[in-house]
Design a protein around this ligand. Sequence first.
Ligand code: SAH
Length: 213
Amino acid sequence: MQDNYLHQGLRNKLVEILKNKGIKDPKVLSAIATIPRHLLLESAFVSHAYQDKAFPIAANQTISQPYTVAFQTELLQINPGDKVLEIGTGSGYQAAILHRLGAKVYTIERIKTLYLQAKQNLDKIGIRLKYMSYGDGYQGLPMYAPFDKIIVTAAAPYVPQALIEQLKPGGRLVIPVGKDQQEMKLMLKSEQGDLEESTHGFFRFVPLLKDKT
Ligand code: SAH
């Protein structure tokens, strides 16, 4: 399957929907306008790819809703060259958006089939991340730390200490915290290492899981 003008048209409509829902950052919107989300889903679901909906991928997981991806990405305020850690690779869509914004992306996925599939997905659309890891996001990636930005794309019961430690002074961590629904938290680490937390509304994510399957 390819990416053609019909898909481009659907993406342009999706961008309009996201603007109407309050996404403002033109760079984030243009990343959404260029990443072929339909190529990251099962081929049977093309017609769903550009609705603003979460969608099932393998292993009972979901590709996040485009609005949620745009919202979290906006909170991160990506600058080209930022070293970014993502927890929960899933389909690879969020990682592709970060890459398109010029970030050096490191990502962790704990389900092997998804880790392998995300590799294939990103190959297919010509995106090469800095590093893809099959492992446990609670631990972060100490070997590659510190990071300018960290994004968690699954529901965390609490903010893992390892992620706070692996954030650079001046860095930003975006993480949905909670059980049935999650409050989006933005944590800023000051140059002195203090944390400042703000909250940004409620969302629903699949849970951040503890052990490898
Ligand atoms: N960012 C993804 C959405 C992922 S859904 C996308 O753009 O498609 C959440 C993902 O987090 C799932 O793939 C799930 O397997 C993964 N996950 C759950 N617990 C994890 C953990 N402890 N470490 C890393 N990944 C985890």
